[in-house]
Design a protein. Structure first.
Length: 100
């Protein structure tokens, strides 16, 4: 996929997998979802530099879960309204109880 140097991510993002053995090309969807869910701004920049905005946009629009604040962040990063995100639509279909 890419002949670019591998991105440098914080190991805490991938705390549950063997960090040294991550195949960034074969597991692109997993890496992008995880970076946007748990990464900081620098991690997101590294991700965008490596994968490009088209792949990131497609992946984020089709992901099943992101925390609400990360959906808003992803919306700004890829310049798409939150209503286009699959994870936002799924959240609307399964409302939680009102916390009071």
């Amino acid at each position: 996929m890419n002949s670019k140097p591998k991105p440098i991510f914080d190991k805490r993002i991938f705390w549950d997998v063997n960090f040294e053995n991550i195949d960034y090309d074969a597991k692109a969807i997993f890496v992008i979802e995880r970076v946007f869910e748990r990464g900081d701004v620098d991690d997101i920049r590294q991700c965008r530099r490596y994968y490009g905005d088209e792949i990131i946009s497609t992946t984020l629009l089709n992901t099943k879960y992101l925390p609400l604040e990360k959906i808003y962040l992803a919306s700004v990063v890829i310049d798409k309204p939150i209503e286009e995100f699959r994870c936002y639509k799924l959240r609307q279909l399964n409302p939680t109880l009102y916390p009071y």
